[in-house]
Ligand binder design. Structure first.
Ligand SMILES: Cc1cc2nc3c(=O)[nH]c(=O)nc-3n(C[C@H](O)[C@H](O)[C@H](O)COP(=O)(O)OP(=O)(O)OC[C@H]3O[C@@H](n4cnc5c(N)ncnc54)[C@H](O)[C@@H]3O)c2cc1C
Length: 420
């Protein structure tokens, strides 16, 4: 693994105690200290690879908890929380990003002895025109010792967008997140109980202009939210308590770049052994907290395709390796692009992608999304709520929303207003 931020690569950085980890700053990941939610796909994947995930998170003050957000509240109206058979409740790791990132690094580096870090910046790729017609032979690296070196590679995986090669805090829950009704407001609120005694308060939204600099600003923000059902009183009381006891508070501000989707799967001339995952393929509005799960989906797709590769005498990947990856990866992460745009286009302040007309944009999806939301907010549709929440959490494919069962329930509801 080539990593341009040198301190990240030293065992010291991922084996030190929590308090010291929290002091560190990341110059290449601007959102390092921003509030992050980990969707359950991440915990499910990591638990499979690292059964000691729970114990290791506790060492850093975090814990594995049932995941009930971020869909519990829409403009103050609670969603029906789907019931899951016992033992199948989706879990998440409740930790702030710096600690979660360190936890993943610690798990990998302390248990996978065949993984090594090389401090340096990837500056280019090398090709040998006499070799395979369309394969990369290696990467060029500017090392932390200011040397330019080349490393040969069987497979190159890009992972950085800077290298786009082209409800109540339930006793066992950890978050309370409100998404706005776009007709009323453009702002969100998230309260997330994190490692040990930390509360992340997430405020922001689409084209938000308010500056929050202290607890009074935060209280004014909470009081001014326009919701169908007002915020529960305990939220205001909690803020009053923080103010009264002068609880230590740190403010992190993030301005977001534009969203982008590099559709590698549409290029015919991609090298057969180059792939990319995470933000190097697609950056999304982080409001739905999909970013790290999207990177995890990339890793899962890669793992599945590698598993199917037959070992061969030349140690080379099959000529259609990246084609297979791009095709499956696009099918898994592509729908996020459309669904995020559908959300963003509900706000007139969104600058449309070239060729999109926000008013016309995917009319069916908008209507279908609206009907689905009505059902998810209604008693008697627990299974539809469970399907919607599994899809949103990356635990089920988007096609589940179009299953005959869900479609039939929507039709019955729209025609007769009765649960099917
Ligand atoms: C404000 C904000 C809030 C967010 N909230 C959430 C959230 O709640 N939940 C969620 O899931 N996601 C959230 N995201 C998105 C999430 O942070 C990203 O999707 C995720 O970090 C992407 O992971 P990645 O591994 O693809 O890239 P990164 O995390 O950016 O990691 C890239 C790595 O590559 C290294 N690097 C960069 N250039 C080079 C180079 N040339 N050579 C070698 N190494 C290099 C960097 O140092 C870094 O270690 C948020 C994003 C923002 C901006």
């Amino acid at each position: 693994m080539v990593e341009s931020e040198e301190w990240v690569t030293s065992p010291d950085s991922y084996n030190k105690p929590k308090e010291e980890i929290l002091k560190q700053k990341r110059s290449h990941v601007s959102q390092y200290r921003a509030a992050h939610m980990q969707l359950p796909l991440l915990a499910a994947t990591l638990l499979k690879w690292f059964p000691n995930l729970g114990e290791e998170s506790e060492k850093l003050g975090g814990r594995l908890v049932p995941y009930l957000g971020p869909m519990p509240v829409y403009s103050g109206k609670p969603f029906i929380i789907p019931s899951y058979p016992s033992g199948q409740v989706p879990m998440t790791v409740a930790m702030r990003r710096p600690l979660f990132e360190t936890l993943v690094r610690r798990l990998i580096m302390n248990s996978c002895k065949n993984v090594r870090y090389l401090p340096g910046t990837v500056v280019g790729l090398t090709k040998d025109s006499s070799a395979s017609p369309n394969a990369i032979t290696g990467v060029q690296i500017h090392t932390s010792e200011k040397e330019n070196i080349s490393l040969s590679a069987t497979l190159v995986v890009g992972t950085s967008h800077s290298v786009q090669f082209f409800h109540v805090l339930r006793p066992n829950s950890c978050q309370y997140v409100i998404f706005p009704d776009p007709k009323l407001d453009n702002r969100i609120l998230g309260l997330m109980r994190r490692d040990k005694n930390t509360l992340d308060v997430l405020v922001g939204g689409w084209a938000v202009t308010e500056e929050i600099s202290n607890i009074d600003d935060l209280k004014a923000y909470l009081s001014s939210l326009k919701l169908h059902i007002p915020l529960p009183a305990w939220i205001h009381k909690t803020m009053d308590l923080f103010q009264q006891f002068e609880a230590p508070m740190r403010i992190e501000k993030s301005r977001l770049g534009i969203s982008a989707y590099i559709q590698y799967h549409l290029y015919d001339y991609m090298p057969s052994n180059f792939i990319a995952v995470g933000d190097s393929v697609m950056t999304l509005n982080p409001i739905k907290a999909l970013g790290t799960s999207k990177a995890c989906v990339g890793a899962l797709v890669l793992s599945g395709i590698l598993d199917k590769c037959e070992p061969n005498a030349t140690d080379r990947l099959p000529d259609d390796f990246s084609k297979r990856f791009w095709k499956r990866h696009a099918a898994c992460v592509g729908p996020n692009w459309t669904s995020n745009k559908t959300d963003d286009y509900k706000y007139e302040t969104t600058t449309p992608s070239k060729g999109d007309n926000p008013k016309m944009f995917n009319r069916f999806q908008k209507k279908f999304g609206g009907w689905l939301l009505e059902l998810v907010l209604k008693e008697g549709y627990n299974d539809v709520a469970a399907t919607a929440s599994n899809v949103q959490r990356h635990l089920a494919p988007p096609t589940d929303l179009f299953s005959p069962k869900v479609l039939w329930k929507i039709i019955r509801y729209k025609l007769f207003d009765t649960p099917a």
